[in-house]
Design a protein around this ligand. Structure first.
Ligand code: FAD
Ligand code: NAP
Length: 312
């Protein structure tokens, strides 16, 4: 029987693991289906985490030390995909792909979020063959080529800037006339000579052949259509929360969630179900930042320690 199962090894899960084990819990397992680090490892840069001030380092570099530190006090990583969390009396049963279930007294869900698809014709067909959601992973394939970036948030603008240092030209295509990204990021993008900003425009189709993407169809606010020849398109149109582990066999949720499927927690990261906590991007009103995900993870772990002390 585990004291605590942590599901997801991004900033929230890793920090929860650090605080739980350093706080004295003995049997704490972090279930992370891939390598720990979370979605920030896909980022080309991080400039808003206090104490980390090196623009030449990527999100992957940034998370490197987290893993060393967070596993230093006995946290165990199992590279497993959790399928479902079930309530089992006052405990929980963690259902794992291809393995026996694991019993635990408490759970912290930190499964984060996943990039959304824009729903464009051709997007699924060419995914991985010219359509990407990760500039640091795939940008190099487009060295000295022309690419498009879709979206108007922080991710789209930061990644457009990153790509502009690799690609010959980046078309930044946004459906409205103003961006959601931070003002400093917008300015940096506006000042980059090989980024062409295309506003009030949608991508209606992604076209290609056996070799992959070769062009996209654009429609502006007046309805005029143009074809743009590019080698790849990077889609950054937001994220969906990864809440499937909380779905019951009856297709309900194990705890309360809002309309977007985000887990409802209080300020102590308690969900509506005793012994079940949630932290990071998966929770309601998450600022979707590394620093807040880490803060949530710390709060959740401290609450787990109190919960187990009260239970015993
Ligand atoms: P995540 O980082 O999403 O981690 C969740 C983990 O859970 C993943 O590793 C996933 O593999 C695992 N998982 C999911 N489901 C399961 C399952 N069923 N079983 C086992 N494991 C599972 N924030 C900033 O503060 N500054 C930035 O500069 C910044 N830049 C960003 C750039 C990009 C390109 C992106 C995508 C995000 C950026 N963010 C940035 C946001 C930041 O990365 C997130 O807010 C943060 O990573 C959320 O942490 P998390 O631990 O809640 O979830
Ligand atoms: P986001 O802020 O939700 O932005 C998504 C963008 O995609 C919006 O501009 C949206 O347009 C557009 N969009 C949505 N659906 C679309 C569609 N079907 N077709 C075309 N465009 C579409 O997502 P994000 O940029 O990934 O950021 C997610 C969160 O992480 C945010 O809270 C962000 O601040 C945070 N983040 C922070 C940093 C940082 O701090 N440096 C970096 C990356 C991410 P509209 O604007 O018209 O809605």
């Amino acid at each position: 029987m585990l004291d605590c199962a942590i599901i997801g090894g991004g900033p929230a899960g890793l920090t929860a693991g650090l605080y739980a084990t350093r706080g004295g819990l003995k049997n704490v397992v972090l279930f992370e289906k891939g390598l720990p680090g979370g979605q920030i490892t896909q980022s080309s840069e991080i400039e808003n985490y206090p104490g980390f001030f090196d623009h030449t380092k990527s999100g992957m570099d940034f998370m490197d030390n987290w893993q060393k530190q967070c596993f230093n006090f006995g946290l165990e990583h199992r590279m497993d995909e959790v399928l479902q969390i079930q309530k089992d009396g006052e405990n929980f049963s963690i259902q794992i792909a291809g393995k026996d279930p694991v019993s635990t007294k408490s759970v912290i869900v930190c499964t984060g979020s996943t990039p959304k698809r824009a729903g464009i014709v051709g997007e699924d067909k060419f995914f991985g063959r010219g359509v990407s959601t990760c500039a640091t992973c795939d940008g190099f394939f487009y060295k000295n080529k022309e690419v498009a970036v879709l979206g108007g948030g922080d991710t789209a603008l930061e990644e457009a800037y990153y790509l502009s240092n690799i690609c010959s030209k980046v078309y930044l295509i946004h459906r409205r006339d103003s961006f959601r990204a931070a003002p400093s990021t917008i300015q940096r993008v506006q000042n980059k000579e090989n980024i062409e900003i295309v506003l009030n425009t949608t991508v209606t189709q992604i076209l290609g052949d056996d070799m992959g993407v070769n062009s996209i169809l654009l429609k502006d606010k007046n309805g005029s259509e143009t074809k743009l020849e590019i080698s790849g398109i990077f889609v950054f149109v937001g994220h969906n929360v990864n809440n499937s582990v909380l779905k019951t066999s009856e297709n309900n949720f194990l705890c309360d969630v809002n309309e977007q499927g985000q887990v409802i927690v209080n300020l102590k990261m308690h969900t509506s179900l005793e012994g079940l906590f949630a932290a990071g991007d998966i929770r309601i009103d998450a600022p979707k930042q590394v620093i807040s995900a880490a803060g949530d993870g710390a709060v959740a772990a401290l609450e787990v320690i109190s919960y187990l002390q009260e239970r015993s």
